[in-house]
Ligand binder design. Structure first.
Ligand code: SF4
Length: 213
Protein backbone atom coordinates (compact mmCIF):
# COMPACT_ATOMS: atom_id res chain seq x y z
CA UNK A 1 0.00 0.00 0.00
CA UNK A 2 1.22 3.50 -0.83
CA UNK A 3 2.43 5.60 2.07
CA UNK A 4 -0.24 8.21 1.43
CA UNK A 5 -2.98 5.59 1.83
CA UNK A 6 -1.35 4.10 4.94
CA UNK A 7 -1.45 7.57 6.49
CA UNK A 8 -5.14 7.89 5.53
CA UNK A 9 -5.95 4.49 7.06
CA UNK A 10 -4.25 5.43 10.33
CA UNK A 11 -6.05 8.79 10.38
CA UNK A 12 -9.46 7.16 9.85
CA UNK A 13 -8.77 4.53 12.51
CA UNK A 14 -7.78 7.33 14.89
CA UNK A 15 -11.07 9.11 14.23
CA UNK A 16 -13.00 5.84 14.62
CA UNK A 17 -11.32 4.83 17.88
CA UNK A 18 -10.38 8.08 19.65
CA UNK A 19 -10.22 6.29 23.01
CA UNK A 20 -8.10 3.36 21.86
CA UNK A 21 -5.73 2.28 24.61
CA UNK A 22 -4.50 -0.78 26.45
CA UNK A 23 -7.52 -2.55 27.94
CA UNK A 24 -5.59 -4.44 30.59
CA UNK A 25 -5.73 -2.83 34.03
CA UNK A 26 -2.35 -2.19 35.67
CA UNK A 27 -0.66 0.16 38.10
CA UNK A 28 2.99 -0.77 37.49
CA UNK A 29 5.20 -2.35 34.80
CA UNK A 30 5.20 -5.57 36.84
CA UNK A 31 1.40 -5.71 36.95
CA UNK A 32 1.25 -5.14 33.19
CA UNK A 33 3.82 -7.87 32.57
CA UNK A 34 1.83 -10.39 34.62
CA UNK A 35 -1.47 -9.30 33.04
CA UNK A 36 -0.01 -9.67 29.55
CA UNK A 37 1.28 -13.17 30.30
CA UNK A 38 -2.22 -14.05 31.54
CA UNK A 39 -3.87 -12.55 28.44
CA UNK A 40 -2.55 -15.25 26.06
CA UNK A 41 -5.60 -17.09 24.69
CA UNK A 42 -7.82 -15.15 27.12
CA UNK A 43 -9.89 -11.97 26.98
CA UNK A 44 -8.64 -8.77 28.59
CA UNK A 45 -11.95 -8.60 30.44
CA UNK A 46 -11.38 -11.96 32.13
CA UNK A 47 -7.75 -11.05 32.91
CA UNK A 48 -8.91 -7.84 34.59
CA UNK A 49 -11.30 -9.80 36.80
CA UNK A 50 -8.52 -12.20 37.83
CA UNK A 51 -5.82 -9.56 38.37
CA UNK A 52 -8.30 -7.34 40.23
CA UNK A 53 -8.19 -9.96 43.00
CA UNK A 54 -4.64 -11.22 42.50
CA UNK A 55 -2.94 -7.82 42.67
CA UNK A 56 -4.65 -6.92 45.95
CA UNK A 57 -2.04 -9.10 47.67
CA UNK A 58 0.45 -10.14 45.00
CA UNK A 59 1.44 -7.05 43.03
CA UNK A 60 5.24 -7.28 43.20
CA UNK A 61 7.68 -10.04 42.25
CA UNK A 62 8.71 -10.41 45.90
CA UNK A 63 5.12 -11.00 47.01
CA UNK A 64 4.33 -13.25 44.03
CA UNK A 65 7.15 -15.69 44.74
CA UNK A 66 5.56 -16.32 48.14
CA UNK A 67 3.00 -18.42 46.26
CA UNK A 68 3.58 -21.99 45.10
CA UNK A 69 2.91 -22.90 41.49
CA UNK A 70 -0.27 -24.70 42.59
CA UNK A 71 -1.51 -21.77 44.70
CA UNK A 72 -0.99 -19.26 41.90
CA UNK A 73 -2.48 -21.71 39.40
CA UNK A 74 -5.71 -21.83 41.40
CA UNK A 75 -5.95 -18.02 41.44
CA UNK A 76 -5.48 -17.69 37.68
CA UNK A 77 -7.23 -20.90 36.60
CA UNK A 78 -10.06 -19.13 34.73
CA UNK A 79 -7.55 -17.48 32.35
CA UNK A 80 -6.75 -20.87 30.81
CA UNK A 81 -3.38 -22.60 30.42
CA UNK A 82 -3.01 -21.85 34.10
CA UNK A 83 -0.25 -24.37 34.83
CA UNK A 84 2.10 -22.91 32.23
CA UNK A 85 1.15 -19.35 33.07
CA UNK A 86 1.70 -19.95 36.78
CA UNK A 87 5.13 -21.48 36.14
CA UNK A 88 6.16 -18.63 33.83
CA UNK A 89 4.92 -15.88 36.17
CA UNK A 90 6.83 -17.36 39.10
CA UNK A 91 10.03 -17.99 37.13
CA UNK A 92 9.86 -14.53 35.59
CA UNK A 93 9.30 -13.00 39.04
CA UNK A 94 12.35 -14.85 40.41
CA UNK A 95 14.44 -13.71 37.46
CA UNK A 96 13.34 -10.08 37.97
CA UNK A 97 14.39 -10.30 41.63
CA UNK A 98 17.70 -12.09 41.03
CA UNK A 99 18.87 -10.43 37.83
CA UNK A 100 17.14 -7.04 37.71
CA UNK A 101 17.03 -5.89 41.34
CA UNK A 102 13.27 -6.41 41.50
CA UNK A 103 12.52 -4.03 38.60
CA UNK A 104 10.99 -5.04 35.26
CA UNK A 105 13.75 -4.47 32.67
CA UNK A 106 13.25 -1.81 30.00
CA UNK A 107 14.83 -3.33 26.92
CA UNK A 108 13.55 -5.86 24.41
CA UNK A 109 16.68 -7.97 24.81
CA UNK A 110 16.29 -8.26 28.57
CA UNK A 111 12.52 -8.72 28.48
CA UNK A 112 12.57 -11.62 26.00
CA UNK A 113 15.11 -13.39 28.20
CA UNK A 114 12.50 -13.64 30.96
CA UNK A 115 10.77 -17.05 31.08
CA UNK A 116 7.58 -17.11 29.01
CA UNK A 117 8.06 -13.60 27.64
CA UNK A 118 8.10 -13.30 23.85
CA UNK A 119 8.31 -10.28 21.55
CA UNK A 120 4.59 -9.58 21.75
CA UNK A 121 4.54 -9.42 25.55
CA UNK A 122 7.78 -7.43 25.58
CA UNK A 123 6.37 -4.90 23.10
CA UNK A 124 3.18 -4.49 25.14
CA UNK A 125 5.26 -3.72 28.25
CA UNK A 126 7.70 -1.44 26.43
CA UNK A 127 4.98 0.67 24.82
CA UNK A 128 2.38 0.80 27.59
CA UNK A 129 4.53 0.81 30.72
CA UNK A 130 7.65 2.61 29.50
CA UNK A 131 6.33 4.69 26.56
CA UNK A 132 8.90 3.16 24.21
CA UNK A 133 7.58 3.13 20.61
CA UNK A 134 6.72 -0.49 19.79
CA UNK A 135 4.20 -2.57 17.87
CA UNK A 136 3.04 -5.72 19.60
CA UNK A 137 1.67 -8.11 16.98
CA UNK A 138 -1.12 -10.18 18.50
CA UNK A 139 -3.73 -12.15 16.61
CA UNK A 140 -5.80 -9.01 15.79
CA UNK A 141 -2.86 -6.90 14.62
CA UNK A 142 -1.60 -9.81 12.50
CA UNK A 143 -4.95 -10.48 10.83
CA UNK A 144 -6.08 -6.87 10.33
CA UNK A 145 -2.70 -5.67 8.99
CA UNK A 146 -2.59 -8.43 6.41
CA UNK A 147 -6.19 -7.88 5.36
CA UNK A 148 -5.83 -4.14 4.93
CA UNK A 149 -2.48 -4.58 3.22
CA UNK A 150 -0.43 -2.28 5.46
CA UNK A 151 1.83 -5.26 6.10
CA UNK A 152 2.24 -8.67 4.51
CA UNK A 153 3.74 -11.45 6.52
CA UNK A 154 3.43 -15.09 7.44
CA UNK A 155 4.78 -14.58 10.94
CA UNK A 156 4.18 -11.96 13.65
CA UNK A 157 7.84 -10.94 13.37
CA UNK A 158 7.50 -10.22 9.63
CA UNK A 159 4.35 -8.18 10.23
CA UNK A 160 6.04 -6.28 13.07
CA UNK A 161 9.02 -5.41 10.84
CA UNK A 162 6.79 -4.25 7.98
CA UNK A 163 4.55 -2.18 10.21
CA UNK A 164 7.60 -0.50 11.73
CA UNK A 165 8.89 0.25 8.24
CA UNK A 166 5.53 1.57 6.97
CA UNK A 167 4.32 3.59 9.95
CA UNK A 168 5.98 6.68 11.47
CA UNK A 169 7.72 5.74 14.73
CA UNK A 170 5.71 8.17 16.83
CA UNK A 171 2.55 6.36 15.67
CA UNK A 172 3.69 2.77 16.33
CA UNK A 173 2.18 2.32 19.78
CA UNK A 174 -1.16 4.01 19.12
CA UNK A 175 -1.56 2.25 15.75
CA UNK A 176 -1.12 -1.05 17.57
CA UNK A 177 -4.16 -0.12 19.69
CA UNK A 178 -6.16 1.05 16.65
CA UNK A 179 -5.58 -2.27 14.91
CA UNK A 180 -6.60 -4.27 17.99
CA UNK A 181 -9.76 -2.22 18.46
CA UNK A 182 -10.60 -2.52 14.77
CA UNK A 183 -10.07 -6.29 14.95
CA UNK A 184 -12.35 -6.58 17.97
CA UNK A 185 -15.10 -4.31 16.69
CA UNK A 186 -15.30 -4.53 12.89
CA UNK A 187 -12.58 -6.57 11.21
CA UNK A 188 -13.47 -9.69 13.18
CA UNK A 189 -11.72 -12.99 12.66
CA UNK A 190 -14.56 -15.11 11.30
CA UNK A 191 -16.49 -12.50 9.37
CA UNK A 192 -15.27 -8.94 8.91
CA UNK A 193 -18.06 -6.34 8.82
CA UNK A 194 -16.79 -4.75 5.62
CA UNK A 195 -20.17 -3.11 4.94
CA UNK A 196 -19.74 -0.76 7.88
CA UNK A 197 -15.95 -0.43 7.75
CA UNK A 198 -14.69 3.14 7.34
CA UNK A 199 -11.42 2.06 5.74
CA UNK A 200 -12.99 -0.24 3.14
CA UNK A 201 -12.05 2.06 0.19
CA UNK A 202 -8.37 1.51 1.03
CA UNK A 203 -8.51 -2.13 2.16
CA UNK A 204 -6.82 -4.78 0.03
CA UNK A 205 -9.16 -7.54 1.23
CA UNK A 206 -12.24 -5.44 0.51
CA UNK A 207 -11.08 -4.35 -2.93
CA UNK A 208 -10.09 -7.88 -3.94
CA UNK A 209 -12.89 -9.91 -2.32
CA UNK A 210 -15.94 -7.81 -1.50
CA UNK A 211 -16.34 -4.71 -3.66
CA UNK A 212 -16.59 -6.61 -6.93
CA UNK A 213 -19.00 -9.34 -5.76
S1 SF4 B 1 -12.89 -3.61 4.75
FE1 SF4 B 1 -13.33 -5.56 5.76
S2 SF4 B 1 -11.42 -6.71 5.69
FE2 SF4 B 1 -10.94 -4.56 5.28
S3 SF4 B 1 -10.39 -3.69 7.28
FE3 SF4 B 1 -12.56 -3.31 6.93
S4 SF4 B 1 -13.61 -5.02 7.91
FE4 SF4 B 1 -11.46 -5.61 7.64
Amino acid sequence: MEKENIDKVIKILGETYPNAECELNFKSPYELLVATILSAQCTDKRVNVVTGELFKKYNTPEKMVGLTEEELGEKIRSCGFYKNKSKNILETSKSIIMEHSGEVPRTMEQLINLPGVGRKTANVVLSNAFSVPAIAVDTHVFRVSNRIGIAHGNTPEQVEQELMANIPKDMWSITHHYLIWHGRNICKARKPDCEICPIAPYCKYYLENVSNI
